[in-house]
Design a protein around this ligand. Sequence first.
Ligand code: DGI
Ligand code: FE
Ligand code: FE
Ligand code: FE
Length: 188
Amino acid sequence: VYSREELLDIVAAQMPAKRWEHVKGVMETSVILATRFGGDPVKADLAALLHDLAKFWPIEKQEAIMIDNGLNPELLEYDKQLLHAEVGAFIAKRDYGVADEEVLDAVRYHTSGRVGMTKLDKIVCLADYIEPGRSFPGVDTIRELAEHHLEEALIAGFDSTITFLLEKRKQIFPTTVLSRNDLIRQLG
Ligand code: DGI
Ligand code: FE
Ligand code: FE
Ligand code: FE
């Protein structure tokens, strides 16, 4: 089991400096959102620290980890950018000794979301969209929504991803759509 200080160094070593700046932005934003929306800031900080740990690992290595360990085979049919979330949660548990399943789930579902997202899942997924280093069309609208409305902001985040994928003529991972629908259903 590693301390938070040790994990900071370990995670930073897995990625280029620019991506590490993103991770620090997600940590900072996750803690703010947890405080704002009644989440656990300690878990939010840890999940944010871990969320992209495998993002810059070679895709072949990510695929091998998925296959060798029987992780969600459906993911292998879609964009390779989806794998790092599942692989990150697996490595955090197996190699970094992270045992908190709520934290591991927030890492696992930070890209696609899931039906029945926990508050921690929502916080990390939203922070990933709006951390200070992010710039994409519509990000400021999502930031404004995030001042008061966790779910509305997250729906806007998923909408921006789905729009981006449509424009690029990419496949949409069904869970991404199901997560968005589930949030809309919850709001009524
Ligand atoms: O890892 P990050 O870049 O910080 O953000 P992320 O984990 O949310 O990854 C988003 C990337 O995944 C983005 O380039 C779009 C791509 N992607 C491909 N298919 C899907 C998808 N993202 C989502 N949410 N859903 C998909 O179906
Ligand atoms: Fe990610
Ligand atoms: Fe995301
Ligand atoms: Fe990220």
